[in-house]
Design a protein around this ligand. Structure first.
Ligand code: SAH
Ligand code: SF4
Ligand code: F3S
Length: 443
């Protein structure tokens, strides 16, 4: 604990800003609920008494954002000085180092300790720097207040952490070992979300398909959720190829509410690179999983993650990545330039790829992925499908919703946000599609 200059009044308003993955967004929502339960009210980042920066450590750019944000917060135009709390994966990775580098930071709290945020804020208000990056055995979920969020789509973290130790990745260090939340706790949270208006639930985990409780797997959980009245759609992300069980693959053909979408990262199409990445699967086994999933659900939309410029990646390795993309035919995919992360084995490997080479590969890969995305979207033109309306569009009367394949569909409608409507898809671009309402679905 480090002494800070002065004590301050306890904050009355707060703002949480999330930078990372969907689990990071989920944590951000839970922190907001916790602070609200403590009597604080939400405010803009420009005038909140407490600003929580819920950070991401996955790539260098994401991690650096926290320091530029702190710089902005200490130079507010009106001269006010918010209490700054750094949460999330940078907090876990850098801990006390953050307070040393940025003395304006009052609280540093890791992703497994944020249920203690109110105590930490109180400590910081008394003038101390409060740091908590413990990974307590007693999970935080039991200590958090009930869900307060509203809205048609909801995230629900069911699994956390990772035991896979890919050589480039910080997640096993920032999130800890794989832990599954117990069945009853997850089902209770799902029921609470539905009661508050959720019609779609996305089950989250760093390796969500590794979820397990007393011999039951993710497909059992999905089957139980399928029976919850009021819930219309189930999704899950992110999955590891080695944890795609037979039951989960079959669920894609059998469970009505499970949406035809699968995010299954492969990272590279070169077996040599996959080995250096410690991915513990090969291109062949990945393609076999894809084949089985397609057999279970022929119209499934596939998504993935790719890293280019991993240490030692040759032109031939990269060409192999283009080939696996061609073979898989993605509906969408994310691709990243390899970013060396402190403390990971890959950061000190020989043969780091020059930035210009990685940039050029990234552009070629993204051009291919974009073309596939457009082709996928165009192939759905003419279909009639259900759309869950999520938000307002730019034009009056326009709403934006998602198709079962996670495409953004724009349409003019008198229906309300949260409604599930039948839509004819009329046009397609790379990132969004246009549709017209067919018949309203009975509730
Ligand atoms: N658990 C998931 C992904 C977690 S991180 C999985 O294994 O698939 C999300 C994505 O970020 C990864 O799939 C990977 O493509 C990318 N990523 C992780 N570490 C990275 C790094 N050091 N540099 C570039 N991209 C990285
Ligand atoms: Fe990171 Fe690999 Fe774990 Fe995914 S499986 S979180 S990429 S270590
Ligand atoms: Fe980032 Fe942590 Fe998620 S590093 S991607 S916020 S698990």
């Amino acid at each position: 604990m480090w002494r800070r200059m002065s004590s301050s009044a306890p904050p009355k308003t707060f703002h949480v800003k999330s930078f990372g993955c969907q689990m990071n967004a989920y944590d951000g929502a839970r922190m907001s609920e916790l602070l609200e339960a403590e009597g604080l009210s939400a405010a803009d980042s420009a005038d909140a008494d407490l600003v929580v920066l819920n950070t991401c450590h996955i790539r260098e750019k994401a991690a650096e954002k926290v320091y530029s944000d702190i710089g902005r917060l200490i130079k507010r135009e009106d001269g006010s000085k918010p209490m700054i709390a750094v949460a999330g994966c940078v907090a876990q990775a850098e801990g006390a180092e953050i307070a040393r580098r940025a003395p304006a930071v009052g609280v540093v709290v890791g992703p497994q300790a944020y249920h203690r945020l109110p105590e930490l804020v109180a400590k910081a208000a008394s003038g101390a720097t409060a740091i908590d990056t413990d990974m307590p055995a007693e999970p935080k979920f039991k200590a958090l207040p009930g869900r307060r969020r509203q809205g048609p789509t909801a995230f629900l973290t069911v699994q956390e952490g990772c035991d896979k130790f890919c050589t480039y990745c910080v997640v096993p260090y920032t999130r800890g070992a794989e832990v599954s939340r117990p069945w009853a706790q997850v089902m209770d949270e799902a029921r609470a979300l539905i009661e508050m208006g959720a019609r779609e639930i996305t089950l989250l985990g760093q390796n969500v398909n590794a979820w397990v409780d007393e011999g039951r797997g993710l497909h059992d959980l999905i089957a139980a959720m399928d029976r919850l009245p009021g819930l219309e759609r189930i999704r899950y992300t992110t999955s590891h190829p080695n944890d795609m069980s037979e039951g989960l693959i079959r669920a894609h053909g059998e469970v009505a509410k499970l949406m035809p979408f699968l995010h299954l990262p492969v990272q590279s199409g070169s077996d040599r690179t996959l080995k250096a990445m410690n991915r513990s699967h090969a291109t062949d086994s990945y393609l076999r999983v894809i084949e089985r999933v397609r057999a279970a659900r022929p119209d499934i939309a596939l998504s993935g993650d790719f890293i280019v410029g991993f240490p030692g990646e040759t032109d031939a390795d990269f060409e192999a990545t283009l080939r696996i993309v061609e073979a898989t035919r993605y509906a969408q995919a994310y691709s990243f330039k390899y970013s060396p992360r402190p403390g990971t084995p890959a950061a000190t490997m020989d043969d780091q790829v020059p930035a210009e080479v990685a940039d050029e590969r990234l552009q070629r890969l993204q051009a291919l992925i974009n073309a596939q995305q457009l082709a996928f979207n165009q192939a759905t033109v003419g279909r009639r499908t259900s759309v869950l309306l999520e938000r307002r569009g730019k034009h009056p009367g326009q709403l934006i919703g998602k198709s079962p394949w996670l495409q953004s569909i724009h349409l003019e409608t008198e229906a309300a946000i949260g409604d599930l409507v039948e839509v004819d898809i009329l046009s397609a671009g790379p990132n969004s599609l246009g549709g017209a309402e067919a018949v309203k679905q009975a509730a």
